[in-house]
Design a protein around this ligand. Structure first.
Ligand SMILES: [Zn+2]
Ligand SMILES: [Zn+2]
Length: 105
């Protein structure tokens, strides 16, 4: 059992180097995996947000469940953390209530 593991370790290319270069190689691979995981997470997060673009919000001023619109063009908005991006002019904008035009956040 233990011998089998040792054989496996000696075949493992990352452990073959005696000096520090093997460790650096391992760190680089781990870093790469973390970066790929982060990128994938961000991609899925963005996809999730795009899918929720037409999500409705409760407005604390008029008390209705309303569509969120941009304050600049009063059109649909791509929601982000702490704000949004106007789908018409493409600028950063505030998200407002479609009914009473007051900020939702
Ligand atoms: Zn409102
Ligand atoms: Zn706009």
């Amino acid at each position: 059992m233990g011998d089998g593991l040792l054989d496996f370790m000696s075949f493992w290319p990352l452990q073959a180097e005696e000096d520090g270069s093997g460790m650096i190689c391992t760190y680089l691979i781990i870093l790469g995996v973390i970066l790929i995981a982060l990128y994938l997470g961000l991609y899925l997060y963005n996809k999730f947000l795009v899918g929720k673009r037409t999500k409705q919000h409760p407005c604390r001023y008029c008390g209705h469940i309303v569509d969120a619109v941009s304050h600049c063009c009063h059109t649909s908005v791509e929601e982000r953390f702490m704000g949004g991006k106007c789908s018409k002019c493409g600028k950063e904008c505030k998200i407002i209530c479609a009914r009473c035009k007051r900020p939702l956040y």
